[in-house]
Design a protein. Structure first.
Length: 150
């Protein structure tokens, strides 16, 4: 009986062990000192108070347009969970109504992170689908012969 109780206590203890995060930081300078250029200190996720070192955005990475107003490196606490776009890139809004964008610029083809062709294709298909849905809702889909909404 005592052995079973000890086993249960051991399992309970191991299941409640805390999450260990490495790379916690307070400023961009902390990250640059620990990991080098190209890192910033940003919130772990949108609702978090914990900041961690993250890489600067590369082409097609999601970004927040208001982040661009904060200098890099920044010696304060960033309020957003995304780092600014990397050198020679800017955050281009996805639409005029949003502050969410994607990193891009004149040399945008140089620094892609991985193979994004399939993702770009899916993103374009999704964008077209949303556009067609909006037209159907407003009643502007007017090519019944081809079945294509414009």
């Amino acid at each position: 009986m005592i052995i079973a109780l000890l086993h249960v206590l051991f399992l309970a203890r191991s299941m409640t062990a805390g999450l260990v995060l490495t790379g916690a930081c307070e400023t961009d300078t902390d990250c640059m000192g620990a990991r080098g250029e190209g890192w910033c200190c940003a919130k772990w996720n949108p609702g978090s108070t914990l900041s961690v070192c993250k890489k600067l955005g590369v082409v097609r990475d999601m970004c927040h347009t208001t982040v661009e107003a904060v200098p890099y490196p920044f010696d304060g606490i960033r309020q957003f969970w995304r780092c600014p776009c990397g050198e020679s890139l800017e955050c281009v809004p996805i639409t005029s109504e949003t502050s969410i964008g994607r990193c891009g610029g004149s040399d945008a083809t140089v620094t892609k992170r991985g193979n994004v062709t399939a993702v770009e294709t899916l993103y374009e298909q999704l964008r077209q689908l949303i556009f067609v849905e909006q037209l159907e809702i407003t009643g502007l889909n007017s090519d019944p012969e081809s079945g294509i909404s414009r």
